[in-house]
Design a protein around this ligand. Structure first.
Ligand code: IMP
Ligand code: MG
Length: 332
């Protein structure tokens, strides 16, 4: 803090939503800024309720947190309005005038393209929507009448907030290995997902960033096609307790063990200053619900310390259960 980036280290679904919601509540974030588009669902469990947010920033759980959608993001109007209702954040959410719009036609183009089917996209239409933005024919948020009440100059607002030393969190989507530039091309999403791109989408210069927290899950999952080193079968994943289905599309997630080489790449390319390690309880069931580091099983501590040794980045946050507050905070 005051300016922190949350970036995924693998193929998305590392548990960014959980880490963001914890930081919003614990650190009392003033601003939470969402980047990316509707293809990413951030899952948040709070007060025994589950939210799968495609548009509203995960910081909504802290009721004094202002919620912003970045100029570089791509907005699905109906999904945005639906989530604003669900989370009751009408009075504290804004979208940048310059955010681009994803339309029904983009989803149709996505679903009927044999090439995109081969990549296993989410079908929301983000690739075709970004193509339009690049072609400079996309609609922008400022042209949409239902969005009028929510429009703002988000990048200026964030920069002013930082001038006033406010706590700002920039929420990335997907993970480094789905990056258009650094991922497993062509089996990637339609944007760069690294910390630098998150800055760029928000309109924040790199010198203003204080912390980059890369989120790594204790095992790896991937949805859609493309390489996944060490992939195990669905049966094996169920046995290990690693089987998940996608929060957005409901598809089965493929699974593989944690991979130190990929963790090193993710922390290096994002310029990580901290690692948040999620779902430790899926690897070491005895750690479930633990809130202090010393109470973790010995093998779980060895696992964490090996990640630190190999990446040269401290593991500061450790997730031990689904709720926003099931977490060991080693920053204290
Ligand atoms: P698209 O982003 O819908 O074009 O899909 C391209 C690739 O990124 C596919 O493999 C998707 O499964 C993957 N993908 C996109 N968004 C997410 C996400 O939020 N979590 C995990 N995978 C995603
Ligand atoms: Mg997700």
């Amino acid at each position: 803090m005051p300016c922190t980036i949350i970036a995924g280290g693998f193929w998305g679904d590392e548990g960014k939503g959980k880490i963001i919601s914890y930081l919003a509540l614990n650190d009392k974030l003033d601003y939470c800024v969402r980047t990316g588009s509707v293809n990413a669902a951030h899952t948040i469990w709070y007060q025994r309720r589950r939210y799968a947010l495609h548009m509203v920033p995960g910081g909504f759980v802290y009721d004094k947190c202002r919620l912003l959608i970045a100029p570089g993001s791509n907005v699905h109007v109906a999904q945005f309005l639906k989530e604003v209702e669900e989370t009751a954040v009408h009075k504290r959410i804004s979208i940048d005038n310059q955010a681009s719009i994803i339309e029904e036609k983009h989803s149709n183009q996505d679903k009927t393209s044999a090439h995109l089917k081969g990549i296993g996209t989410t079908g929301w239409g983000v690739g075709p929507a970004i193509e339009e933005r690049v072609r400079r024919t996309a609609k922008l948020a400022k042209e949409i009448s239902e969005l009028k009440p929510y429009l703002a100059d988000v990048s200026t607002e964030i920069n002013q907030a930082l001038d006033e030393n406010k706590k700002v969190l920039l929420e990335g989507t997907q993970g480094l290995l789905l990056s258009l530039y650094h991922g497993t091309y062509p089996y990637v999403t339609s944007r760069d997902t690294s910390a630098s791109a998150i800055c760029s989408e928000a309109g924040i210069g790199p010198t203003r960033i204080n912390q980059v927290i890369v989120v790594l899950k204790s095992f790896i999952t991937r949805v859609g096609t493309g390489p996944l080193p060490g992939e195990i079968t669905k049966e094996e994943a169920i046995k290990q307790g690693w089987f998940e289905t996608a929060a957005g599309t409901g598809r089965d997630r493929r699974a593989a063990p944690f991979n130190l080489e990929l963790a090193k790449k993710a922390t290096a390319l994002n310029g990580a200053t901290q690692i948040a390690l999620t779902k430790l309880d899926c690897l070491y069931p005895e750690s479930k619900g633990t809130k202090t580091y010393d109470q973790l099983p010995k093998d779980a501590i060895a696992f964490i310390e090996n990640i630190e040794k190999q990446t040269h980045v401290p593991v500061t946050l450790v997730g031990t259960g689904p709720d926003a507050l099931d977490l060991i905070d080693r920053r204290k």
